[in-house]
Design a protein around this ligand. Sequence first.
Ligand SMILES: [Fe+2]
Ligand SMILES: [Fe+2]
Length: 474
Amino acid sequence: MNINYNDKIPNNVELAGDRVLQRALEHWQPQFLNWWGEMGPEGSHALDVYLRTAVSVDKAGWAQFGYVKMPDYRWGIFLNPAEAERKVGFGAHRGEPVWQDVPGEYRANLRRIIVTQGDTEPASVEQQRHLGLTCPSMYDLRNLFQVNVEEGRHLWAMVYLLHRFFGRDGREEADALLGRRSGDADHPRILGAFNERTPDWLAFFMFTFFTDRDGKFQLSALAESAFDPLARTTRFMLTEEGHHMFVGRNGVRRIIERTADVMVQERTEDPDRLRALGVIDLPTIQRYLNFHSSVTVDLFGADLSSNAATFYTTGLKGRFREDHIGDDHSLKDASYPVLEIRDGTLGAKEAPALNALNERLRDDFVRDSISGVEAWNSALEKRGIGFRLRVPHKAFNRQIGPLAELKVSPLGQVISVADWQAQVDSWLPTDGDRQFVQSLMGRVVTPGQFANWISPPASGINGQPVECEYVRFN
Ligand SMILES: [Fe+2]
Ligand SMILES: [Fe+2]
């Protein structure tokens, strides 16, 4: 089904057939646009940007590319097509037909899940708000804006569910999603990582690599939900999420390639010398990696959680690729290893699998991150450089759960507070690191040109050349 772009709110949910809902969303729309004007990408409103817009949910051709002024972007509501006779795949309702409406007894939990997911979407736009002013190229500027408009659309996806299925409470939650602000002392975003600053492009690429990957895993778990509209909307969001992770994966890779090329040319590994040459030394990249990985790992929540057990048992939130897992999908008698401290070292202990679902999703995420980082290392290997980047141990630098009380090195050794303090500057970005990276950030907007600290990409967007004028300043 193609989407009618003459509609005020493009959609494939037959909005026109529900006047009350349509009016409510049309009332929310100008509030969203006000928020975008205030908190969306700074200085971007008059630019023509080469963006993709979702025009259908057809896997073969769901997006259309063209120049758009971002405030005119058509944020729409799209659900993947319904799967005929879809059944609940896990929990106490396994084998029953999925729900087209919200069961009264699960209303509060579902609302909470949707609001928590929805809150991350505008948060990341706010976090990335100033980055356009220091883009390393027009190609990267365009990618930033693409991520931003799609996070805006993800907010629409969640707000649709709130308005459509949660009545007055849902409308109030939708308004509140535009009221909180990333990093605000009085009205912060719900989750910690979404209140951190994203001050420079190394941080942005690490964020899209790690934190958008958290998005992938959370959305994948929700894509299993027995509440079918949630499953269908998150499945379509995952299609867009792939590009966000691509931006991070390739962004960091291009920084590494540039640094490695200079290391080979100048025959040096000395961070000071490399910094003087205007590229980001590998230890600094590792410290940024450690920071973004650990902050994101916290997003999965406490390793043992009775909420996680309830969400699973009641069919609200499944596991990553639930249908690929060969067990009973009820987990009543199953166990799963979580970390515990024993004689001063970290060890595994078996815990009830139902309570350990956060930990399991975290482990899935960590595995996925590790394979992404391996691709970065291959860029170093290719150039004969011995340095290897690595994902820190999942217990490193935790702020949530029992591990938050421990000091753990990136390799997973439990250490004293004094040892931590003595070494933390080699593990996490220092003020000096951040100032140095900031000092490299200057705006490059000549088509085909790139800042000194990053390599050009191997190819452009949607078959366009790398030197395409992706953003027209007019
Ligand atoms: Fe998103
Ligand atoms: Fe994303």
